[in-house]
Ligand binder design. Structure first.
Ligand code: HEM
Length: 132
């Protein structure tokens, strides 16, 4: 039977950032290390500081042994849902377009107002001079 992998977004993983409830994201996988924090040879503070973001670089920089990596797999609870990331990019690109559109509209507005004022002044001035 195929094994279904549970997917978590980075936002979901970020919610688990305390001593009693601690998840880390390493190399696209999500690990619940809550039960291991007290036993971690590097201390609990370094692991807690690595929550809420991709901790792959920190984990690699610590130079973990093969046995540490094997132990790590026993804490794996799922994988990072990367489909949420491009979606965020699409939204931000759309938002950027919206801001550009608003800027164009504002520029148009600010052109229309002074141009109208100047136009009306010219017409009034012209009529006034003709009357004289
Ligand atoms: C599932 C997650 C983790 C497991 C199972 C784990 C396990 C271990 C183990 C067994 C060691 C002893 C040395 C070794 O055998 O390599 C160690 C050391 C260390 N770990 Fe982790 N670790 C994890 C996550 C992290 C994270 C996210 C950091 C973040 C920076 C980190 C930082 C360190 C450091 C700095 C040491 C070195 C301690 C020293 O040499 O004094 N570990 N870890």
């Amino acid at each position: 039977m195929p094994q279904l992998t549970k997917l978590y977004t980075m936002a979901e993983a970020s919610d688990h950032n305390t001593k009693d409830d601690c998840w880390v994201v390493i190399d696209g996988k999500v690990y619940d290390v809550s039960s291991y924090l007290d036993d971690h040879p590097g201390g609990d503070d370094v692991v807690l500081a690595a929550t809420g973001r991709d901790a792959t670089e920190d984990f690699e920089d610590a130079g973990h042994s093969k046995s540490a990596k094997e132990l790590m797999e026993t804490f794996c609870i799922g994988e990072l849902d990367t489909s949420a990331i491009p979606e965020l990019e699409i939204i931000s690109k759309k938002q950027r377009r919206d801001y550009a559109q608003k800027l164009v509209e504002l520029t148009k507005q600010y052109w229309v107002v002074p141009t109208t004022v100047v136009g009306v002044s010219v017409v009034v001035g012209f009529l006034y001079l003709r009357k004289k």
